[in-house]
Design a binder for this molecule. Structure first.
Ligand SMILES: Nc1nc2c(c(=O)[nH]1)N[C@H]1C(S)=C(S)[C@@H](COP(=O)(O)OP(=O)(O)OC[C@H]3O[C@@H](n4cnc5c(=O)[nH]c(N)nc54)[C@H](O)[C@@H]3O)O[C@H]1N2
Ligand SMILES: Nc1nc2c(c(=O)[nH]1)N[C@H]1C(S)=C(S)[C@@H](COP(=O)(O)OP(=O)(O)OC[C@H]3O[C@@H](n4cnc5c(=O)[nH]c(N)nc54)[C@H](O)[C@@H]3O)O[C@H]1N2
Ligand SMILES: [Mo]
Length: 771
């Protein structure tokens, strides 16, 4: 699909013909287009499977087949006919495979049989399921303490798999649950828990149709949540405002064509989706929102009662006075400097906010992957509380989740610091001593493995080696383990950065039919709006040697603990039995087996959405944080050399996290290459470079470790001065392990202080069409 590297600005609109053309290419490349078409048509339909793409939800009563370009790619990626089994591993040693790109690795196809690493030949060899389970059980039982094992989860795991996994791990004796959420929306959970008493969003799909304004902070839905563009456009058509905060002019937010309105596509028409577009500096959103609050305060003082929702504030909140004092003391100079926006722009944003009766605030990784993310999200919550925009129709807080079931996994107890009530319920129902000490998050797990404290890593999905920060360190962490186990659908680098003993356990994906003696099994997932619904696989699995995630977890649990505290193997004969256990222990799941089949699923509820505040004070809390003194960390400021640029690491259009589907990033005009860095043209010349030149990126931190990636092509791009961007995971080696969010521990993937160096290897202009 991708040939000659090319950089040429994209002129079409997002999600229109261009999108459909790209889907078609991926379909054809999968070698079974017709089968996939059928599978796709079931996506997000009752009786079909949940899209393995993002966590965006659907209107429960819409009869329309909902799919998007990138959902289609995700389905297609999983439903490939290519297989990776014994013959493949016989051809390639692990050392040879390490030389291959992430793109190449995942392109090889679906993992088809269990494999174990053989050091003598440096190859993976076949192993029986029973022998694999026995090995895991033996190693886990041999550890001095259960806290010496790490149990990672990626957010594609179903509710059933996640519940079983946490039950096994806690019965084994630890809360070491590093998960992808630690790298993702952790700050949203922490901040919202403090502010409104629940770590989830308060809106449902229906709210979007009633909002007067929708604010979108630090999110690129055109690529990462394409189905969200539809309610955004509908909002604009109704006359509502869509207000974006993003340093980059993201195509999907700028203009939009609806792929399901054939007439419009034929006319090649596009509508403005974005009513106002503000371009803050990386990490500047807290200051911008603070500035908005400062405006609202001034207007309220000028005309009391005209701006604040005093009735709501009096009845439902605490801490307003303290916060307003902080707002008052924050100087405009600091706000403008830190946000990168002018006072006039911020006043405009504040007007748009104040003119709307019902406001939804959405955000994603541009907000959560900073040092002060928790404080930023609490500031967004403050702004929303000021006008009663939480817990009324058409309004609310909306962290837009990433992985299709990352929210459900948390609900099921994938949590390294679980609430006491959850543990109490487990203990009572299953009658075992539940571990109470908090476990490791993702960064703590890496540190524990590096230090040799943790010796076993088990991954339920995902690609820990590439998704985590400071790649050489996280690779070393895995390689230091006595045993690494990856439960996966596709080959990735985590299989190659393995422990002394290693297992690859191939599992069924969302699209595969999961047939048991009792019949085909369904699983359930929870979307970003707390809707839980069933998912039924539709395609015959590529190999009979794959097992479902619940079956694999049950096998491991049984080999480690025997049939205690539950008869693991019997449970997974019919997933309805797992759901009964969920219903018995987790609030909101009463009558689960019946409700999962309801059209559109069922709503778990959200206390804050009904204005019940599960905070210690019983009220929604205004949080009074000062702005960070400087956005740059002390560990950078203390260095002799100061940064040239701040770098954010983001997703291209043709990738799903560490899975690279193709080498294009259509909306940003990049074709056939990923090792690029987007830099403001004035910065390029200020730093003495020219567009197209090859550069190395060096990140600054105070621990004397050289963090560098080499041979990136400089692309002149419309980004605010000083704010650069490059793709993840190629740039993960630059994120220092110690650079994490305060209170969230999330790596600061959107704020890396870097210097640019001319590439030693090939210091010449790449042959590029620079459009
Ligand atoms: N096709 C596809 N879909 C996906 C994924 C995928 O990889 N591919 N990943 C899934 C997952 S796990 C997740 S978490 C989501 C991720 O969804 P997004 O959060 O949209 O993902 P990113 O590509 O990281 O984009 C971050 C956006 O925030 C902006 N940004 C960066 N820093 C700042 C900042 O400081 N302030 C502001 N205001 N903006 C900023 C960037 O310019 C970019 O537009 O998508 C999910 N859906
Ligand atoms: N620098 C930087 N780093 C980041 C981010 C960033 O923006 N910048 N984003 C972070 C975010 S938001 C996230 S969520 C993480 C993502 O971290 P992960 O969730 O760990 O990574 P993925 O790339 O989604 O995992 C892909 C692998 O999952 C396996 N897989 C796919 N489907 C299934 C399935 O159904 N079952 C099982 N068992 N395995 C499956 C396949 O083998 C595939 O290779 O990365 C984080 N890392
Ligand atoms: Mo994510």
């Amino acid at each position: 699909m991708s040939h000659q590297p090319r950089y040429q600005p994209y002129t079409g609109a997002a999600a229109g013909w261009g999108a459909l053309r790209s889907v078609t290419q991926h379909w054809l490349a999968s070698k079974q287009p017709f089968k996939n078409l059928r599978a796709l048509l079931k996506t997000n339909q009752n009786g079909g499977f949940d899209c393995p793409g993002c966590a965006w939800g659907e209107s429960p009563d819409s009869g329309v087949v909902k799919f998007c370009e990138n959902g289609a790619k995700a389905v297609n990626w999983e439903a490939t006919k290519r297989g990776v089994g014994a013959a493949f591993f016989a051809r390639h040693s692990v050392t040879q495979l390490r030389e291959q790109s992430d793109y190449w690795l995942e392109q090889q196809g679906r993992l088809t049989e269990p494999m174990t690493y053989d050091a003598a030949t440096d190859r993976y060899l076949p192993i029986s399921w029973d022998a694999a389970f026995a090995l895991i059980g033996e190693v886990l039982r041999s550890l001095d303490s259960p806290d010496q094992a790490e149990f990672y989860t990626s957010g594609r795991a179903s509710n059933e798999a996640a519940f079983l996994y946490q039950l096994f791990v806690r019965s084994y004796g630890t809360n070491n649950f590093p998960d992808c959420s630690n790298l993702c929306h952790e700050a949203s959970g922490v901040a919202l828990g403090k502010s409104i008493g629940v770590g989830k969003g308060t809106v449902t799909f229906a709210d979007f149709a009633q909002a007067d304004a929708i604010f979108v902070f630090g999110q690129n839905p055109g690529t990462n949540h394409p189905r969200m563009l539809e309610p955004l456009r509908e909002a604009v058509e109704r006359g509502a405002r869509v207000v974006c905060f993003n340093p980059l002019k993201e195509r999907g937010l700028e203009r939009f064509q609806h792929p399901q309105h054939a007439l419009e596509m034929l006319a090649n028409g596009d509508h403005p989706t974005s009513s106002a577009y503000f371009r803050p500096n990386l990490g500047g959103d807290m200051a911008a929102v603070r500035g908005m609050a400062k405006c609202l305060l001034a207007w309220e003082r000028a005309q009391p009662g005209s701006v604040f929702d005093h009735a709501f504030i009096a009845q439902h909140t605490q801490g307003l006075a303290d916060w307003l004092q902080v707002v008052e003391h924050t100087e405009w100079a600091a706000i403008e400097q830190q946000s990168g926006l002018s006072r006039g722009e911020i006043e405009h944003a504040a007007q748009l906010y104040a003119q709307a009766e019902r406001v939804i605030a959405c955000w994603a990784m541009g907000i959560t992957q900073h040092r002060h993310s928790v404080a930023t999200i609490q500031e967004i919550a403050n702004l929303m509380l000021l006008r009663g925009n939480v817990g009324k129709a058409g309004a609310g807080l909306c962290p837009v989740r990433g992985h299709s079931n990352v929210q459900g996994d948390r609900t099921m107890g994938i949590n390294e610091h679980p609430p006491a009530a959850f543990l109490d319920a487990l203990e009572q129902h299953f009658q075992f001593k539940v571990p109470r000490a908090p476990g490791h998050n993702a960064v703590q797990a890496i540190n524990a493995m590096l230090a040799g404290h943790s010796k076993v890593f088990i991954g339920l999905g995902g690609n820990f080696a590439q998704a985590t920060p400071d790649s050489p360190q996280s690779h070393a962490a895995l390689q230091q383990c006595a045993l690494t186990v990856q439960i996966s659908t596709k080959l990735n680098r985590s299989h190659l950065m393995h422990g002394r003993q290693a297992l690859i356990l191939p599992c069924l994906g969302r699209t595969d039919i999961d047939l048991k003696a009792s019949g085909p099994q369904a699983v359930t997932v929870e979307d970003t709006f707390s809707m839980v619904h069933g998912s039924w696989g539709q395609l015959a699995p590529l190999s009979t040697s794959m097992r479902s995630e619940p079956a694999i977890i049950a096998g491991i649990a049984n080999a480690t603990l025997g049939p205690k505290p539950v008869a693991w193997l019997t449970l997974v004969e019919d997933y309805g039995r797992i759901r009964e256990l969920i219903a018995a222990t987790i609030p909101g799941f009463t009558d689960f087996n019946r409700k999962m089949a309801q059209p559109g699923g069922f709503y778990l509820g959200n206390a804050a959405a009904t204005r019940r505040w599960n905070t210690p004070s019983g009220a929604a809390q205004f949080a009074a944080h000062a702005l960070p003194e400087a956005l740059l960390a002390e560990q950078v400021l203390s260095q002799e050399e100061q940064p040239h640029l701040i770098l954010q690491t983001l997703r291209a259009h043709d990738q799903y996290n560490t899975s690279i589907y193709g080498l294009d990033d259509r909306y940003r005009g990049v074709h056939g290459m990923r090792k690029v860095v987007f830099v403001n043209p004035h910065d390029i010349s200020r730093l003495g470079f020219i567009p197209g030149q090859q550069v190395d990126l060096l990140s600054l931190w105070d621990d004397n470790i050289e963090r560098k990636v080499c041979g990136f092509t400089l692309l002149a791009y419309d980004t605010p001065a000083g704010q650069a961007a490059a793709y993840y995971p190629e740039t993960n080696p630059l994120v220092p392990l110690g650079s994490v969010g305060e209170g969230s521990y999330t790596p600061t993937s959107k704020f890396i202080a870097i210097r640019l160096l001319a590439s030693a290897a090939s210091n010449k202009v790449a042959a590029l069409n620079l459009g």
